[in-house]
Design a protein around this ligand. Structure first.
Ligand SMILES: [Zn+2]
Length: 61
């Protein structure tokens, strides 16, 4: 079995962990109807519109 020869230093350990830490930036777009911020491929949370038609029930004003 492979066993590490040397203990990984705090710096090296934290560098390794930091390389996997990425902030996922949501590419927020604006709804063409009500200009609310909406995520792509999602219906608008305010007016419920997606691809030019209302998808969500009761979301329309
Ligand atoms: Zn909208």
């Amino acid at each position: 079995m492979g066993v590490p020869k040397k203990r990984t230093s705090r710096q090296k350990r934290d560098q390794r962990r930091a390389s996997n830490f990425t902030i996922v930036t949501p590419n927020v777009q604006k709804c063409p109807k009500c200009s609310e911020p909406v995520l792509p491929h999602r219906a608008c949370p305010a007016c419920g519109e997606y691809k030019g038609r209302v998808v969500q029930k009761g979301a329309e004003d």
